[in-house]
Design a protein around this ligand. Structure first.
Ligand SMILES: Nc1ncnc2c1ncn2[C@@H]1O[C@H](COP(=O)(O)OP(=O)(O)OP(=O)(O)O)[C@@H](O)[C@H]1O
Ligand SMILES: CCCCCCCCCCCCC/C=C/[C@@H](O)[C@H](CO)NC(C)=O
Ligand SMILES: [Ca+2]
Length: 566
């Protein structure tokens, strides 16, 4: 809570017929009930409230008509009756109120006073403060996927979100998508982005993926960066993205806001929050495939997705059905994972601390990352040293790549916690939204019982990495090569490592024609299936920004800087 600072206005106003001392500073609106008697009354409701100006949604003058007052929304409010016989001026302040489980709601308080000039002065002062906040969006481009999740996107937007945007004075251009990739292609080629302060995505993780693909691509083209090259440092997108959750998993919304609630998301957009987010670029043989911000999963999560896509008719329940099916199927896959560990950063995947609103780890590591990029650019410009851009993340540079060969049930890269209602802690509970790294989780071949232990720990308090067959590394870059794509020399190496007999029996075992385990899985890239299995993944620190602030820490004790507590 901010300190109140210098007061801009202070008056005695009335709230529900009781006298209040009301004050406004640049940071806080406070209303404190005037003490009728100094005697402590245990049943008297809370008498002092304060709201950060940054969390005021709007202020509305109540207009008088025939003894009643009419709101902007047309509903009638009998203020005159409530206030007794006097004719009073009134204004209503709408503001953010926190509810349980990180949900936000729009609350309101109506102040009345007998002097019209005082009332107007209050309204104009609050409006001035809101207008001086340049981070609030005024014009938004909204894309609605009418088919995401339970097909409720249009209704959710119209009933829960649009009225709040109107109240906050935000104008919108709304596009209801007509086909898959409509939003992506519109952003890539058509949208007049200069007219907008942000983009809103009404849908699930798949729809969000469309939006970032359009926006990142467009930004690179506008900045003259080649988006196809895995070695290019991508230009960050200036437009923020708001997510109104209307999908099946909505993991990106849940992991950045703490809840999947359209009203909460709309309020974060209105107050102009900003949360940077890491983005992974995925390439195959120097060819761009996709971007990912949440999960890149091979093996278990790839198979769950492939299976569930054929069951879209089941709605969100398809993931549970395919999850159980793939768990019972128990396929494992052979391949080589190489990775560049993230050095010099704060934090590890086994930390007890969590990425929360205003995360200092993200700030520190983000800063470190931009200093490294600058250094690399300067070195390039002066041409004094010749570093292959592949090794741009020095000092871990040459010789720091590590390689692991094996049989894996799952290879997951979580660039954020991937928390969602199915897994409230997420796949990597200590992962950070904006630290420039991804957590590479390798689940080696093990028994069904052990794999179940690992999976169940996604939903319990126990550490899902504290198992002998699971390892986790915080990385900046990684590559995967399925065994059957390995070069002849790699396979020769295998021949040295294993006896001939073992190899042949394995090849036979992996061959689909034998009716046994398949050789390949596919990658689940934020809920989309990738067409290639051999991939090269690089994290781009804080490439995009959301209208969010990260998950807020729940208050533990009374805040002593709150003027009401003093
Ligand atoms: N008008 C449309 N018709 C058909 N498909 C669409 C349309 N608009 C978007 N899509 C596609 O629908 C897919 C799924 O959408 P979305 O992500 O909104 O819901 P979901 O898959 O149910 O949720 P989640 O991704 O959170 O699991 C996306 O891949 C998107 O490209
Ligand atoms: C015996 C079955 C046990 C099931 C184990 C439950 C664990 C659930 C964990 C879900 C994590 C989902 C991570 C999110 C990924 C999203 O990117 C993606 C797109 O929406 N969603 C999915 C389900 O792939
Ligand atoms: Ca990250």
């Amino acid at each position: 809570m901010e300190r109140p600072g210098r007061l801009l206005l202070q008056s005695e106003l009335r709230v529900r017929n009781a006298a209040y001392d009301v004050s406004l500073s640049r940071s806080l609106l406070t209303w404190k009930r005037r003490a009728a008697s100094p005697v402590y009354h245990p049943f008297r409701p809370s008498v002092c409230h304060s709201v950060p100006v940054s969390e005021i949604i709007s202020v509305r003058e109540e207009e008088e008509e025939n003894g009643s007052r009419q709101r902007d929304d047309g509903s009638w409010k009998k203020i005159r009756e409530r206030e007794g016989k006097d004719c009073r001026q009134a204004f209503t302040v709408l503001y953010v109120e926190r509810c349980q489980q990180h949900r936000w709601r729009c609350a309101e308080v109506t102040f009345t006073c007998s002097d019209e000039t005082v009332c107007q002065h209050w309204v104009s002062s609050i409006r001035e403060q809101l207008a001086s906040n340049t981070s609030r969006p005024k014009h938004l481009l909204v894309y609605i996927n009418p088919y995401g999740g339970k097909h409720q996107g249009k209704r959710i937007y119209e009933q829960k979100v649009a009225p709040l945007f109107t109240q906050a004075g935000i104008s919108t251009s709304v596009i209801v998508t007509e086909y898959a990739n409509h939003a992506r292609d519109h952003l890539k080629m058509e949208a007049e982005l200069k007219k907008f302060d942000g983009v809103v995505c009404v849908g699930g993780d798949g729809m969000f993926s469309e939006i970032i693909h359009g926006l990142i691509w467009r930004t690179q083209i506008d900045c003259g960066v080649d988006p196809n090259s895995p070695e290019e440092a991508l230009s960050p997108c200036s437009l923020r993205i708001g997510i109104i959750p209307a999908g099946s998993t909505d993991c990106i919304c849940f992991a950045t806001v703490g809840t999947n609630d359209p009203v909460t998301s709309a309020l974060h957009i209105i107050v102009g929050d900003s949360q940077p987010l890491d983005v992974c670029s995925v390439h195959h043989n120097n060819m761009f495939l996709r971007y990912s911000v949440s999960l890149l999963g091979y093996g278990f999560y790839g198979d769950v997705l492939s299976d569930s896509e054929r069951k879209r008719w089941m709605g969100p329940a398809r993931y549970d059905f395919s999850g159980v099916k793939m768990f019972l199927t128990h396929h494992y896959y052979e391949g080589t994972v190489s990775y560049l560990p993230a050095r010099g950063i704060i934090g590890t995947p086994r930390d007890a601390t969590r990425c929360r609103s205003g995360c200092v780890i993200c700030q520190h590591n983000g800063q470190l990352n931009s200093e490294r990029s600058e250094k690399y650019e300067m070195d390039e410009a002066s041409d004094s040293v010749s570093i292959h851009p592949w090794l741009f993340c020095s000092p871990e540079s040459s010789g720091e790549w590590r390689t692991i060969r094996g049989k894996f049930l799952a290879i997951n890269a979580a660039s954020m916690s991937c928390a969602c209602p199915r897994s409230p802690k997420g796949l990597s509970p200590a992962a950070h939204l904006a630290d420039g790294t991804t957590d590479l989780i390798l689940v080696r071949k093990c028994s069904r019982f052990n794999f179940l232990r690992h999976l169940l720990r996604h939903t319990s308090k126990d550490d899902q990495f504290d198992l002998t067959f699971v390892e986790v590394h915080r990385v900046r870059r990684f590559r995967f090569m399925p065994r059957h794509c390995q070069s002849d020399s790699d396979l020769e190496l295998d021949l040295h490592e294993n006896s001939k007999r073992q190899i042949f029996s394995q090849i036979c075992k992996d061959h689909p024609a034998c009716g046994c385990a398949p050789a390949y899985s596919s990658w689940n890239c934020d809920g989309e299936i990738l067409t290639h299995t051999a991939i090269d993944v690089r994290v781009h620190c804080q490439l995009i920004k959301l209208f969010a602030r990260g998950i807020e820490e729940l208050p533990v004790f009374e805040d002593l800087t709150n003027p009401c507590a003093i």
